[in-house]
Design a protein around this ligand. Sequence first.
Ligand SMILES: Cc1ncc(COP(=O)(O)O)c(C=O)c1O
Length: 385
Amino acid sequence: MAQQLNPIEQTHRRLTTAGKRILRLYAGNPNDQGFHFPGEILERVYRAYFRRQDYRPHPKGLPQARQAIASYYAGQGATLDPEHLILTSGTSESFLYLFSLLASPGDNFLTPVPAYPLFDAIAALARVELRHYPLCEDHAWAIDFDALESRADARSRAVLLVSPNNPTGAVASPEEVTRLVTWADAKGLPLICDEVFSEFYFGPGSFPRPMALERPQLCFTLNGLSKMFALPGLKLSWIAVSGEPARVAPALDGLETIADTFLSCHIPIQEALPALFAEGTPFLAEYRREVRRRRNLTVALLQEEPALRFVPPQGGFYLTLSVAKEMPFDEEGFVIRLMEEEGVFLHPGYFYDDESGTHLVLSCLAQEPELRAGIEALRRFIHRY
Ligand SMILES: Cc1ncc(COP(=O)(O)O)c(C=O)c1O
């Protein structure tokens, strides 16, 4: 499937080929932004594996890895049987497993909009439809329940919740979680909770996790090492299956069969997992503190600009902005001209299926000098017109 580059990416390539330095302020890769898990821990566990080099996979993932993940959830007040975990090579892969498990071609999944861009591509691979339900910008990006309910039909197979959300930074409140679970249970729909940003929760109390808070009848909770431990290169994620035993058992059987089809994900990282959780806590605490600091700095810098509107993010790496000033460009034109004139690359809302006016997506993960320079350039650009 050859895909044509969109005009924004074309502009980016043209400018970089011409030698212009472009500041990309939509970073999702923590390694590029100075976050690195302590190498000594990984080296030690990997060295032990390389001396031995055996291969005794388990379709669900090595038991010691699943035990480590279950203990992580136990530490956060969520009881989980290690047998109810399936390891995968990434959260995108987890979605593909779930779309394949729950649906036949033509069935649909209820997904929030704005949305993580890869959902569309994964749904296309599984030949399923994504039915968008909007998050309301005017209500701090809360779920629009009327719209959600009206989009469901007899071919809906599950509801997705992305909390903390990419790209809005919203976190579903305990009240939203309760309402969502009550509705999904009444409809018999499983819940798929993408929690890859759960370690970066900036709101009050503890992170509102549906699996722990409301115990849906069938719930798939997704997470992994990419964001949590800043280890996107090690490709390890998981699906935690929880709910009523009669619904959990067949789901687990089906997922185990799918996982077995792909054989095992990378073995050394599975072996490393207990050490990662046991010894990675100081790194995680520092990483979390620094992400929060950059988030607070981003919010403070943006709040100085009355022509920008946004909801301060409650979690994750991202936030979505709108420009409260008449500009002579549409959303795509804005992003292109900003890149051409100021060398700053922000994502347009439409990359996230958000077609509701001009939105810009910014990541707070960038380092302080880049955040300052990028936001200053954005303000300069807005006031030039
Ligand atoms: C909301 C969301 N879900 C899933 C993923 C993919 O995670 P992984 O790296 O585990 O495939 C991302 C990556 O940025 C994301 O933003």
